[in-house]
Write a protein that binds this ligand. Structure first.
Ligand code: ADP
Ligand code: ADP
Length: 225
């Protein structure tokens, strides 16, 4: 795990400013949640941290390193999206192992990690299945597993539960909380769901029109007036 620090990050697309004046520092191991209306810049912030977008200006640090010019695949960051994006032709085990194989991790270690991840996410019985043989909730657990198998310093989640039905959302949310308590990976999580934000967040960042409106503890952000 590592702290994540944004200093005055701005991102423009042609004439549109997607985000500006974005500054915060997430201490090692904390779980922060980004909330705000559609189009306020949540995904752009995550994608910038992942290295999928580059900042137009400002500084981005992971740990003590300035990473603005570090390509995505060399950043120690894993991202999970709303639509799972599993490889359909691979089994669950192969999906979990894929990122490690790409990084030439020793096959013994890969095997161990797959077993440990499967245990943490209750996927042991599903390792030989293909994604289409899984429910939506199981697929999203595999996507989480594939991300944590790499043991990233930073974990980014963009509305990971929003395609799940209510019961599965509750279960998976509880699992995520448990996983974070177990692994302590610095996490940034985008959601529209107040219950998710309240249950998961150490701190909540409220965004509006590309700017930070407020940063606070869940009980302060959602306090009744
Ligand atoms: P959110 O995730 O909060 O819905 P986004 O970060 O996706 O918001 O988008 C923030 C703003 O930036 C929106 O106005 C969106 O249309 C714009 N934007 C995002 N990505 C691009 C892009 N690749 N090209 C042009 N505009 C973009
Ligand atoms: P989400 O709300 O899940 O972030 P979006 O629909 O905002 O999804 O964006 C999906 C993709 O399209 C992203 O890669 C984003 O950067 C890009 N995008 C978003 N808005 C625009 C835009 N106005 N012009 C071009 N690309 C955009």
């Amino acid at each position: 795990m590592a702290k994540v620090r944004l200093e005055d990050i701005k991102r423009r697309f042609n004439n549109v400013t997607a985000i500006e004046d974005i500054s915060f520092e997430i201490p090692d191991g904390e779980f922060w949640v980004l909330v705000g209306p559609s189009g306020c810049g949540k995904s752009t912030i995550l994608r910038t941290i992942a290295g999928l977008e580059s900042a137009t200006s400002g500084k981005l640090f992971i740990g003590d390193s300035l990473v603005n010019n570090v390509p995505a695949r060399q950043r120690d960051v894993a991202m999970v999206f709303q639509n799972y994006a599993l490889y359909p032709h691979m089994t669950v085990a192969q999906n979990i192992a894929f990122g490690l194989q790409m990084r030439k991790v020793d096959s013994k270690i890969i095997q161990e990690r797959v077993v440990n991840v499967a245990r943490s996410l209750s996927l042991e019985q599903l390792l030989n299945r293909k994604p289409k043989q899984l429910s939506g909730g199981q697929q999203q657990r595999v996507a989480l597993g594939r991300a944590i198998a790499r043991e990233p310093q930073v974990f980014l989640l963009d509305e990971p539960l929003s395609n799940l039905d209510a019961q599965l959302r509750d279960d998976t949310r509880a699992e995520l909380k448990q996983l974070h308590q177990e692994l302590g990976i610095t996490t940034i999580y985008v959601t529209h769901d107040q219950v998710e934000a309240m249950t998961l967040a150490d701190k909540i960042v409220v965004l509006n029109r590309g700017r930070i409106q407020q940063i606070g503890d869940p009980q302060n952000i959602y306090a009744r007036p």
